[in-house]
Each structure stands twice: as structure tokens, then as C-alpha cells.
Design a protein around this ligand. Structure first.
Ligand SMILES: Cc1cc2nc3c(=O)[nH]c(=O)nc-3n(C[C@H](O)[C@H](O)[C@H](O)COP(=O)(O)OP(=O)(O)OC[C@H]3O[C@@H](n4cnc5c(N)ncnc54)[C@H](O)[C@@H]3O)c2cc1C
Length: 521
């Protein structure tokens, strides 16, 4: 059991050797949002949890999300009330616990009067949404409260949205979701919380083998990708939260489980264009195809998503082809012609896999999967979990814990004193790099060093992409790398093979050469 008095204050300490001295109640494989939520929920319930991630925390699918904490209006339209309620509850949880990182987001859909997009129908959906989610703001700070939806007149849409096509426009439906100011920072804050209440989190540690004895799982053999050596961790239960790679891991440790994960490709693009509105826009084509283009204001740029495509290739690279990107840009040009998008406007492509309904299809699963391997003849104590959304990862983690620990026979209530520690807010803006680049505060180097130590930064890109948002706009890369390398006195560069090849920024992957814990070759 984890101790109730916590001394770490949310430090994520990468001490692989001492982590291997203990036996864990739960070993979680995969440090995306699903694995981090598993570690948090387990440790808040007094369980000893170890989280291992083969690359950096959150660097795979979770880094690529569109940043929406869904309130579930779309699920309501599909009458999927269970999913709707889960989403509303999780949005509230995020708004309540992370008011500085999750904020209400106004969303508007211009209505041209077809099917569900008729003003009358939309008004009903908005009213129902407000009634069914009437508890959504209980206990939230005023700035975190989710306002009611509203139907806009056509002229109001034209006033609020630049260059909107006014032909046949009949109004606009406005509802509110929430947006993650920085999903990666949110994931790190969740992990800091888990560590604060007793979890251990190790990045650059890859699970490679599972040992079982007559009682079930015994230990997981891992590769420490920094020290380049094998290390073994003992645990009573192992949960495979390896996202798109969960099926590969299930096959290695037990047997292939096709239903666990049929990969589909999804991507968003960061566009070098001024937002058309202060609200996020949900734009449908007039030809009536199903694709909705979501345009999220992102500072003075637009984050647009989400394209969903079939995927039959290997999971080693999730590269979006030029023709796929062009086709998405063509669709965006159809719904927002004034943006005049060409490939030159694309600053970054955020891509990842999502679990599909069928092999080779592009429909994303609706339900998570929690698989107890022992119930199907596999090792006792081995479980695989495949979630569908960032928004609901914590809810899935709670449900998985009840499956793992004997259907709730064990007391799984939260232990006292397991609330969130204060957020790590160094004297530096972790969102925008301006202060870093232009400021001359002599404390900057010290602040960065503390961030490196407290949040398990191994490589420079951990810091620039996954502890801060400084490289969201890649055009700043050279200046930021230079500034941070100088402040930290880090030298040299070394490429390591990236887990799935998509976030590779070789110039940034600068090895931390001064750290005694890191063996350099
Ligand atoms: C383009 C896109 C947009 C999206 N937008 C949204 C959105 O707006 N809102 C929302 O709620 N959801 C969104 N989603 C969905 C959401 O991002 C995912 O559901 C979520 O990030 C999946 O998290 P995960 O932890 O399951 O997977 P991942 O984040 O992929 O984590 C799995 C981890 O397992 C690690 N791993 C694999 N094998 C091993 C091993 N052997 N040993 C150790 N570690 C291993 C990997 O390195 C990886 O980090 C979006 C997804 C995509 C792709």
C-alpha cells in the first residue's frame, strides 16, 4: 500500500534502480493519458502503482489530440445517453480539478437548414443538453462554469464569424464544451498528482516480456532505454495501456486480441491563419457529407480537425500522406473558402491512431475495452485496456480498477489526503516562448533546471514539446533550442529511434550530457 503521507510534492523522479526494489500492486504499461489516469486512480485508492513509458510521457497519441474535453452534445444527438453522461461528468472533473488548464469553450455551428442542422431541431437539442447536464456546474469556480446553449440569428453569425458564407444561412447553434489549454501540461500535472500520492512514473522504460508463475503475473522484464540495460519490476497485476500498441503487447504476453485495437488514422492541422471567430466553429459541407470540420482558435492561428482515415499499414509510422493532407485542405477550403489554404499554410500536422470499429475501416469505436486475460485462458493478473477519448480516460481507468481488483471486493475508495498538489507554476510562461526568448531574467536557467529535475526531463524535446508548449509553432525551433541549450548548458545531439516516428524532431533530441544518471556513448 502506498503511504498516506507524501513527501514527493508531485516530483516525477526517474530512479529506475530504486523503483525496481519494490513489489507493486499494479504495474501500468504505457504513459499516455490512459496509463497516467490508471496510475492516478490506483494511487489515490492506496494502491502501489508503477507506470512505465517506453518513450516520453504522453508523446504518442495523447500529444496529438484536438484539445477538446467533450461535453457529449454529439452523443446526445445519437441518443447514446451513457456516453453523454460519462462525458459531461468527466468534463466537470477536469474543470474542477484543473481550472488553470481546462476552460469553457464556446462552439458555434452555422445552420443551413438540413436534417439535424435545422434551427428548430438544434434548439431542441440545445435545450435537452442543458436540462440533462443541469448539474454540470455544481462546485465549479465562476470562470469554469459551462454556460447554456443558445440559437443565434443569421445576422449574429455573420457578425461573429468572419467571412462566413451567408447564402441560405438560417442561424447558428451555440453550445459549450471545454478546451485543454495545453493537453500535455495537463497530462504531466495528472502524473505529478499520481506521484504525489505514491505512484512511481518512469519514462524511457519499455516493457519487453512478462514472467508468470503459478499464481499469475510475477514480473515484467523491461529495457531501460537511457541506460540501455534490462531491468525487472515485480507486480501483482499488470495493465496494458499501450494505446495503439496494446494489441502487439497482448500478443507478446498472451495472445492477439483483434477487438482490442483496429487502428484508424486521425489527424489535425495547425494553420497559419487568423481564427475566423473567438468561438470554435463546427463547419459542415453543403453537399451534406458527414465530415464536420472543427476550427479551434489557437492564439493567432487555427487548429483544424479531425480527419479520420482507414489504416492498414504497420504501427511504426503514422505519417499522413500528401494526398490525404490535400484532400483535408480541400474540404476545409470548401467550408471556409476565404482561408485559401494550401500546404504552405500548414505549420504542423498532429496525427495519431484511434481504435476503429472494424479492421481497415475509418469509424472510431464508441466504447472502451477492458480485457481480463485470465477469463480467456491467459495469465492471471494481466489486463488490457483500450480507451477511446482523452476526455473519458479517467472514467475508463476507474472502471478498469474495479475489474482488476476482484470486482470491487477490495476497498477501492479514495484514501484521505489524496487531493491534487499545487500545480507546478515556475516563474516562466510554459505556454508561450516569448518571455523565454526575450526576457533577461537571470533566474531562467535555474527555473528550467528545476523543471528538468522535478518532471523527469531526459531529452530536450521532452522539455520543449511535452513539459511546455514552446514548440507548438515549429518556426521558433532554432531560436528556442539555442536559448534553452545555452541556459541548461546542454551540448551535442543524438538521435534515438523514436517509438513511432511521428514526433521526431531530430534537431531537438539533444541528449542531456551533463547528467550523471545518463550514460552517453
Ligand atoms: C488526431 C486526434 C485528435 C483527437 N482529439 C481528441 C479530442 O479533442 N478530445 C479527446 O477527448 N480525445 C481526442 N483524441 C483521442 C485521444 O487523444 C486518445 O484517446 C488518447 O490520447 C489515447 O491515449 P492512450 O493513453 O490510450 O494512448 P497513447 O497516448 O498512444 O499512449 C500509449 C503509450 O504506450 C506506450 N507504449 C507502447 N508500447 C509500450 C511498451 N512496450 N512499454 C512501455 N510503453 C509502451 C507508447 O509509447 C504510448 O506513449 C484524439 C486523437 C487523435 C489521434
Amino acid at each position: 500500500m502506498a503511504e498516506s503521507k507524501h513527501s514527493s510534492s508531485g516530483r516525477i523522479v526517474r530512479d529506475v534502480e530504486s523503483a525496481a526494489q519494490r513489489t507493486y500492486d499494479l504495474l501500468v504499461i504505457g504513459g499516455g493519458i490512459q496509463g497516467v489516469c490508471m496510475a492516478l486512480e490506483a494511487s489515490r485508492r492506496g494502491l502501489n502503482a508503477l507506470l512505465i513509458e517506453r518513450d516520453d510521457f504522453g508523446g504518442a497519441t495523447s500529444w496529438n489530440s484536438l484539445r477538446i474535453v467533450h461535453g457529449g452534445l454529439r452523443y446526445l444527438q445519437k441518443l447514446d445517453l451513457r456516453r453523454y453522461r460519462e462525458s459531461v461528468a468527466e468534463r466537470k472533473w477536469f474543470c474542477q480539478n484543473f481550472p488553470e488548464l481546462v476552460a469553457p469553450l464556446s462552439c458555434v455551428m452555422p445552420l443551413y437548414g438540413r436534417g439535424l442542422k435545422r434551427p428548430g431541431v438544434f434548439r431542441l437539442a440545445l435545450a435537452l443538453n442543458d436540462i440533462l447536464s443541469r448539474e454540470r456546474n455544481a462546485g465549479l469556480l465562476p470562470d469554469s462554469q459551462i454556460p447554456c446553449g443558445r440559437l443565434w440569428q443569421a445576422d449574429e453569425v455573420c457578425q461573429e464569424v468572419d467571412n462566413i458564407d451567408a447564402h441560405n444561412l438560417r442561424g447558428g447553434g451555440q453550445w459549450h464544451d471545454a478546451v485543454m489549454v495545453n493537453p500535455q501540461r495537463l497530462l504531466i500535472e495528472l502524473l505529478r498528482w499520481a506521484c504525489h500520492v505514491g505512484a512511481v512514473g518512469l519514462n524511457y522504460v519499455e516493457a519487453v516480456d512478462l514472467h508468470v508463475d503459478s499464481d499469475g503475473v510475477e514480473e515484467v522484464v523491461c529495457r531501460d532505454r537511457v541506460a540501455e540495460r534490462e531491468i525487472t519490476f515485480k507486480a501483482k497485476a499488470v495493465v496494458n495501456c499501450a494505446g495503439p500498441w496494446s494489441r502487439l503487447l497482448a500478443a507478446k504476453f498472451d495472445c492477439d486480441l483483434p477487438r482490442l485495437y483496429h487502428p484508424t488514422l486521425a489527424f489535425n492541422v495547425l494553420l497559419n491563419r487568423q481564427p475566423m471567430s473567438s468561438s470554435a466553429l463546427a463547419l459542415a459541407t453543403k453537399t451534406g457529407d458527414e465530415q464536420i470540420y472543427f476550427l479551434l482558435p489557437y492564439g493567432d492561428k487555427i487548429l483544424a480537425g479531425t480527419a479520420h482515415l482507414p489504416w492498414t499499414g504497420p504501427l511504426t509510422r503514422r505519417q499522413v500522406r500528401d494526398d490525404q493532407l490535400d484532400s483535408f485542405l480541400n474540404g476545409l477550403n470548401e467550408v471556409a473558402p476565404d482561408l485559401q489554404l494550401t500546404r504552405d499554410a500548414v505549420l504542423r500536422v498532429f496525427s495519431g491512431f484511434m481504435p476503429g470499429v472494424t479492421a481497415g475501416g475509418d469509424k472510431v469505436s464508441r466504447r472502451p475495452i477492458i480485457h481480463d486475460h485470465a477469463r480467456h485462458g491467459g495469465p492471471r493478473g494481466l489486463f488490457s485496456v483500450s480507451g477511446v477519448k482523452y476526455t473519458t480516460a479517467r472514467d475508463v481507468a476507474q472502471k478498469a480498477l474495479y475489474v482488476v481488483f476482484a470486482g470491487g471486493k477490495r476497498d477501492l475508495s479514495y484514501r484521505p489526503d489524496t487531493n491534487r498538489p499545487p500545480s507546478n507554476t515556475p516563474q516562466l510562461d510554459l505556454q508561450h516562448p516569448d518571455a523565454l526568448l526575450n526576457g533577461d531574467d537571470p533566474q531562467q536557467g535555474e527555473t528550467l533546471r528545476r523543471l528538468v529535475q522535478d518532471e523527469s526531463v531526459v531529452y530536450l524535446d521532452d522539455l520543449l514539446l511535452r513539459r511546455t508548449d514552446w514548440l507548438a509553432d515549429p518556426r521558433n525551433e532554432a531560436a528556442i533550442v539555442k536559448r534553452v541549450s545555452t541556459l541548461l548548458n546542454w551540448r551535442g545531439s543524438k538521435s534515438i529511434d523514436d517509438a513511432d516516428g511521428s514526433n521526431v524532431l531530430p534537431a531537438v533530441r539533444v541528449l542531456k550530457q551533463r547528467d550523471d544518471n545518463v550514460s552517453c556513448d
